[in-house]
Design a protein around this ligand. Structure first.
Ligand SMILES: Nc1nc2c(ncn2[C@@H]2O[C@H](COP(=O)(O)OP(=O)(O)OP(=O)(O)O)[C@@H](O)[C@H]2O)c(=O)[nH]1
Ligand SMILES: [Zn+2]
Length: 295
């Protein structure tokens, strides 16, 4: 029997679509996965056996680098976190929380500042540039900056997230018109994603990347399913790294202790106060959660 490996681009109703070499194979999955409570996900690299007759079979899921529950996706390389300059105005706490989740999962975060045709994005861009996080200035309305985002898809598995109304669907449609997503009021009327347990589909790009169709999942889904514990949070704020070892106390939480080098860096203008405020708020929200409580 022949064997091959490939990438799951879609799973629906017990069928898995696996991109292998130049074709997409429609597969079933072995019963063993269900027995082990393991679900193959879009983004999984899998081994597939090809019998002489009958359907190809997913035999094995290769080790994952990371996975998310909602949206259900594995081996994500980049998470595009969309925020709009206005309408709705930016919620930096949500952006910073999403960044911390990405960092924790070793997914590269990219902040997409959208609707730059409506208001000046300078301040918002500055927060994330100073933090050393890749940031794109775009407008789904005019098309500004879309090529830069497209370049970042190259050979990467990517997904979009962000608050409702920031323009995720509009951006996804710009990047890949095949998605044909409803936007604005139409998407509200459809109540998209609210009552369905949607699966994710990965759309292959000409540059070898894959784009996930995730607008059915809100940033809230992602926030609710993933928790970064207090002790791990500072490590998910990359611009804190040069300072965390210089605090007076090794157990410093960086939320107000004496001799905190992170707070000193904020006061000296080396860390943006907006990012620090988010850190403290996120820290206080999770400080009483213990690891065993998440299991
Ligand atoms: N002026 C302007 N309007 C935009 C831009 N991007 C999106 N919009 C509008 O903003 C509204 C919301 O856009 P969507 O793409 O539906 O936003 P979404 O993030 O997918 O929203 P949800 O489906 O609620 O999560 C729509 O009316 C879009 O036409 C932009 O760059 N400039
Ligand atoms: Zn400190």
């Amino acid at each position: 029997m022949k064997e091959t490996t490939g990438l799951i681009v879609k799973g629906i109703g017990g069928f898995y679509y696996v991109k292998a070499a130049d074709s997409v194979l429609e597969c079933r999955a072995r019963g063993i996965f269900r027995k082990n409570k393991q679900t193959p996900l879009a983004g999984d690299q899998v081994k597939v056996s090809l019998p002489e007759t009958g359907m190809p079979m997913v035999d094995e899921i290769l080790p994952r680098r990371n996975s998310l529950i909602r949206p259900p996706i594995a081996n994500l390389d980049r998470l595009f976190i969309v925020v709009s300059v206005c309408d709705p105005g930016p919620n930096t706490l949500v952006v910073d929380k999403l960044i911390s989740i990405a960092e924790h999962k070793e997914i590269e975060p990219v902040v997409i500042v959208n609707k730059t045709d409506l208001a000046d994005p300078t301040e918002l861009l500055d927060i994330y540039r100073r933090a050393g996080i890749p940031v794109c200035r775009v407008s789904a309305g005019t098309g500004e900056g879309i090529e830069q985002v497209r370049d970042l898809l190259t050979n990467r598995i990517c997904a979009f997230t962000g608050n409702s109304g920031v323009g995720k669907s509009s951006l996804l449609n710009r990047l890949d018109p095949r998605l044909g997503l409803a936007t604005g009021d139409i998407s509200k009327k459809l109540g998209r994603g609210r009552h369905t347990t949607r699966q994710v589909e990965l759309y292959e790009q000409e540059n070898g990347g894959y784009l996930a169709d995730t607008p059915g999942f809100s940033s809230l889904d992602l926030e609710r399913c993933e928790t970064v514990l207090a002790g791990e949070l500072a490590g998910c704020f990359r611009e804190f790294a040069p300072f965390v070892t210089d605090c007076k106390f090794t157990s410093c939480s960086h939320t107000g202790e004496k001799g905190c080098a992170v707070k000193a860096a904020v006061d000296e203008g080396k860390i943006h106060p907006s990012r620090y405020r988010s850190y403290v708020e996120l820290y206080n929200a999770v400080k009483n959660i213990k690891e065993w409580e998440l299991k």
